[in-house]
Design a protein around this ligand. Structure first.
Ligand SMILES: Nc1nc2c(ncn2[C@@H]2O[C@H](COP(=O)(O)OP(=O)(O)OP(=O)(O)O)[C@@H](O)[C@H]2O)c(=O)[nH]1
Length: 338
């Protein structure tokens, strides 16, 4: 049996930040990293998709940031073992931080991730789960919770809400009050106890997110049940929605800005129901700035960021969704090169 009772005072609290693709996890993370909240935070990130775009999108900060890229944190025992290894390394330098934040990929079920903190004894003895914080995209969550193609299969959007201690309804700027009210009612059906906060661009009172000790002893028995810790068989049987995949592209040549923006925007208008998420870092012809592409379904944002400076400009894009036509996208992107 895992040791679920011990919650000593000197253990490092761990927050698991989860939420479906594009919900706003990195936005919240960046907000946390820039706010003065008195915590020194080490961050562990796990991304879906084989090329790493996220680490370029997390702002430079003094905090320690670890990337975990070789697979989904909830699916593969290897990745969970890696998590334990990263934690061990981190814990050897405990003087540098007082809080750990694990950002899961948008398709992860946070439950097996949380379970790792209880199972490995050496690590479990040194950390305690502070809370599972789930971000929900006010505009797009319903279509994933009610995804008809997942009928009877694991639905990670639902798993993430069910496991939450705190739910942040993010992007409230994109919907009206009636839609938020209806969403709250639906979230309550999936999770009766989590506090529900509302935010735009992840701006929440961080004392409601960090150091809330959702796993203090009074809570532990109930959480253990939810996390299936009473189950002696800790094998994790779930499979991801196999219909969701990712396609990545890298280019050495620069893009024509206007053509790329117009083409991508038209493409997502047409295909954005099936393409859940698009991210990119782009080098633009005649411009010395690093451009960032972000899209969630059909909503696209494309903007200049800092100058490349000494870094060699490059472009990489990742598309995540169903039935992505790689050849079609590749051809389309090539027509946008300068
Ligand atoms: N309008 C609006 N856009 C938001 C808000 N929060 C985040 N976004 C945008 O939504 C997009 C996705 O945000 P991210 O923070 O990258 O989402 P994520 O959950 O980390 O995404 P994955 O890593 O793909 O799972 C970006 O373009 C953000 O700028 C919000 O409150 N309102």
């Amino acid at each position: 049996m895992p040791d679920i009772q011990a919650t000593g005072g000197d253990k490092v609290p761990v927050t698991i930040l989860t939420g479906f693709l594009g919900a706003g996890k990195t936005t919240l993370l960046n907000y946390i990293l820039t706010e003065r909240h008195g915590h020194r935070i080490a961050v562990i990130e796990n991304e879906f998709g084989e090329i790493d775009v996220d680490s370029d999108l997390v702002i430079a900060s003094e905090e320690e940031i670890f990337q975990m890229q070789n697979g989904c944190i909830c699916c593969f025992v290897d990745v969970r073992n890696d998590l334990v290894e990263v934690l061990q390394k981190l814990l050897a330098r405990k003087d540098k931080f007082d809080h750990i934040l694990v950002e899961t990929s948008g398709l992860a079920d946070p439950t097996p991730v949380a379970t790792s903190f209880f199972i490995d004894n050496e690590v479990a003895g040194q950390v305690e789960l502070d809370a599972i914080v789930t971000m929900v995209d006010a505009k797009h969550i319903a279509q994933h919770v009610d995804d008809p193609l997942l009928d009877g299969r694991d639905n990670q959007a639902v798993d993430q809400i069910v496991a939450a201690d705190r739910i942040v309804i993010n992007k409230v700027d994109l919907v009206d009050d009636a839609a938020i009210g209806a969403l709250e009612t639906n979230l309550r059906k999936l999770n009766e106890t989590a506090d529900i906060l509302k935010a735009s661009y992840g701006k929440v009172d961080l004392s409601n997110i960090l150091g809330i000790s959702g796993f203090q002893p009074s809570y532990v028995a109930e959480r253990a049940k939810l996390l299936n810790l009473d189950d002696h068989d800790h094998h994790h049987h779930h499979t991801h929605d196999q219909t969701v995949g990712s396609e990545s592209f890298t280019f050495d040549k620069r893009f024509d800005r206007a053509r790329l923006e117009a083409t991508l925007s038209a493409y997502l208008q047409e295909n954005g129901d099936a393409i859940f998420r698009t991210k990119g870092i782009l080098a633009i012809d005649g411009d010395d700035r690093f451009f960032v592409l972000q899209a969630v379904h059909k909503l696209m944002d494309f903007r200049a960021d800092h100058a490349w400076g000494k870094d060699r400009p490059y472009s990489k894009l990742v598309f995540i969704g169903r039935d992505i036509d790689r050849a079609e996208i590749e051809k389309m992107l090539e027509t946008c090169l300068a």
